[in-house]
Design a binder for this molecule. Structure first.
Ligand SMILES: Nc1ncnc2c1ncn2[C@@H]1O[C@H](COP(=O)(O)OP(=O)(O)OP(=O)(O)O)[C@@H](O)[C@H]1O
Ligand SMILES: [Mg+2]
Length: 330
């Protein structure tokens, strides 16, 4: 029997909680290998989709196949092949790092010796050896995330769900988690990663779906989505105010978009789709001897993505207050 090439396939997936349509008809196709990103604001439905795919929650309508198996009728097989970590992960706070891993290993059927040895290897791989004997309640957020991911790797999964693995952790730990994720992928694991950070999706994902209000509003490679949204704004300050109009003309020609004159009489801003265009524009300014004091290229925020894709800010769409949404998401 060949290995199916598709890791996840859903059609018309729906989940309703009371009057909230948390997931409102999601169609997804995720190929095996690599990282698929699931991007959306609080309450968009990301965790709910993952819980259905991980067979923790039953869909109200629609179909989903995970690694070729039906979530409704083959939940047991799916659970053996996947790993899940993130917002709803459970580490035992009173146990130490190694004790948690041993316990998980035992649950997965390893002997205590094998579980300890695998646990120690994983702690070493995740830079947690020194914290092995520390209780988890004394871990920092970044250490917990790493232990959490380590725990889901006791048995190498074919497919791993990472639900906001880097939310609330510092940039250095975030980079470490990114490295871990990349290592997993190179070992053959397919990853479905949810995030609220466009940058994270951009760094890691081969493809991504943008989800809002329980529906997929855009899908593609990060490059394709950015091309839809515009990769941000180029801001240029000329050295000499008198050069600003000439600089505006050059920017307009090279970038092919409206150039905005800022209230600062030396500053211009223009939206750019591709970084390469911004570089070409700067070169053109230099070629015309227009001195530049500073320039900066801003990435679009998730808000900008939503604004462009939905025509309304993400906030407007939230059901209930942010607090309610967050509480419900747990
Ligand atoms: N068990 C539940 N009971 C009631 N409502 C729920 C439940 N789980 C989720 N919801 C609601 O469903 C919607 C989608 O929630 P979900 O947790 O899937 O969003 P999310 O995209 O993961 O958000 P976050 O970024 O905050 O984690 C929200 O409106 C949420 O309040
Ligand atoms: Mg969530």
């Amino acid at each position: 029997m060949g290995v199916p090439e598709i890791a996840i396939e859903t059609s018309g997936l729906v989940k309703t909680f009371g009057s909230t349509r948390a997931v409102d008809g999601v169609d997804l196709t995720v190929r095996r290998g690599g990282i698929y990103g699931f991007l959306g604001p609080n309450g968009a439905g990301k965790t709910t989709v993952i819980r259905m795919l991980a067979t923790l929650l039953r869909p109200d309508a629609g179909e989903a196949h995970v690694l070729g198996h039906d979530v409704l009728t083959e939940a047991k097989v799916i659970r053996e092949k996947i790993a899940l970590t993130g917002q709803f992960a459970s580490l035992d706070e009173d146990l130490t790092g190694i004790e948690n891993l041993i316990m998980l290993g035992r649950l997965l059927g390893l002997s205590s010796r094998a579980a300890r040895s695998r646990g120690l290897d994983l702690l070493a791989a995740f830079g947690l050896s020194e914290a092995a004997e520390k209780q988890v309640k004394k871990y920092s957020g970044g250490m917990r995330r790493r232990l959490d991911i380590a725990g889901s790797l006791i048995v190498t999964p074919e497919l791993m769900f990472l639900d906001e693995p880097t939310t609330g952790i510092d940039p250095r730990s975030r980079n470490q988690v990114w490295d871990i994720i990349r290592t997993l992928v190179s070992g053959g694991t397919t990853i479905l990663l949810t995030t609220q950070y466009l940058e994270e999706a951009d760094q890691l994902a081969d493809r991504l779906a943008v989800i809002d209000h329980g529906t997929v509003i855009a899908e593609g490679t990060p490059g394709q989505l950015k091309a839809q949204v515009g990769s941000g704004a180029l801001t240029v300050r000329v050295l000499d105010e008198a050069d600003r109009e000439d600089a505006a003309r050059v920017l307009g020609e090279v970038i092919g978009a409206d150039v905005h004159r800022e209230s600062d009489p030396t500053a211009l801003t223009v939206r750019v789709d591709q970084t390469a265009r911004a570089a070409a524009a700067l070169t053109a300014l230099e070629a015309e001897d227009l001195g530049i004091e500073t320039f900066s290229l801003g990435q679009p925020s998730l808000d900008e993505v939503f604004l462009t894709l939905t025509g309304s800010p993400a906030d407007d769409s939230a059901q209930g207050t942010p607090d309610e949404t967050k509480a419900g998401a747990r």
